[in-house]
Design a protein around this ligand. Sequence first.
Ligand code: HEM
Length: 410
Amino acid sequence: MELSRRRLLQGIAGAGAAGAGLALAGCAPSAAAASDIVDFHGPHQAGIATPVQDRLAFTAFDVASTARREDLVAMLTTWTAAAEAMTRGAPVPGATPSDALPPADTGEADGLPAGRLTITVGFGPGLFTAADGTDRFGLASRRPAAFAPLPALPGELLDDARSGGDIAVQACSDDPTVAFHAVRNLTRLGRGTVVARWAELGFGKTSSTGSAGGTPRNLMGFKDGTRNIQGTDDAALGQHVWVADGDGAGWLGGGSYLVARRIRMFIEPWDRDRLSDQEAVFGRFKASGAPLTGKDEFDTPDFTAVDASGPVIADHAHVRLAAAENNGGLRILRRGYSYTDGIDARTGTLDAGLFFLAYMRDPAQFVTLQRKLGSGDALNEYIRHVGSGLYACPPGTAGPDDWWGRTLFL
Ligand code: HEM
């Protein structure tokens, strides 16, 4: 039996404590239900090293011009409690005092299991220092030295309406309604304090952080995530993903930086490109995912291999430019999703691509890679970065009395 919101709602709304006790006793999580729930609390926020779920709902918010520091603290406390409940498959907590008021939970996920829901929050640079230089919330002195808006980078033509934000929420679940429900309810609970700035829905994971289910494919049809950091690789996570206590901002220790990039793919020309060129662009075979110098997906690429026409993995191939071997050991944890927002009315072409999400210990890791990729990658003929966000994700919460951002605000 799965622990679902409907059962919890029935239990809580039942006739008094006896009814609630009965209903809850009747739906103790079975092994199947338990595996459907990702622990909310822990040293790191869930949704980073967690095995990637199938669906994404992402929203970036601006803080309302009237909001004060204490409003932010109150909202983050409310958000944390709501997020913790939703990740258990429960509705947003709170009674609905009267049918003359809106219900405590919007209800569309009622009856659905949690689907491994994780909700991950991050703070944008503007929360610390506004664009006009003001320190609205007394946080400027707490801004890590490494944390500033991303510089202009090659390969981008950014839409301001799909970039930035003072706070970002990444909700991931195997069920799209559950992921949407999570950001919808946080948006609703944040009313008056934050205003949604931009959002994206992702419909297919494009990176794996674990071996279960095999490597997924992106919209270009290639396996994506083969050489990604695995969520179980504590050494790599510690070296490349988690901010360490000594990195310069104590409050962010155990947290991570999130880079979000809306990367439009020019799908129609890509679909007309011949297979051998598609494979040369990435430096990998399309069907197997193997490097062009190997046979199996997980063979290590040989960047020194040459044949009669030159390097087997071309100088401008995506994996050559991005690989740790060719970047002084630099790595990031990719956790992106495919997206589509219908047809681009200006051109009649598909508005679709990769919603690139990557976590790292220092934003410089992304800047270094994108400077190289944005200027040299053979893939650039078929993609353009059109949206961008950078967020500092605080560490995880320790227990029921803790809340997102406590280490920053207190
Ligand atoms: C639409 C844009 C992109 C597509 C379709 C794409 C696709 C791929 C594919 C198919 C692979 C090979 C399989 C793998 O190891 O995961 C790969 C590897 C990689 N990509 Fe991308 N990627 C894109 C953008 C980016 C960006 C913007 C970055 C970072 C700035 C990036 C960083 C990497 C890294 C670090 C690797 C691993 C390379 C290696 O170690 O061999 N990618 N990507």
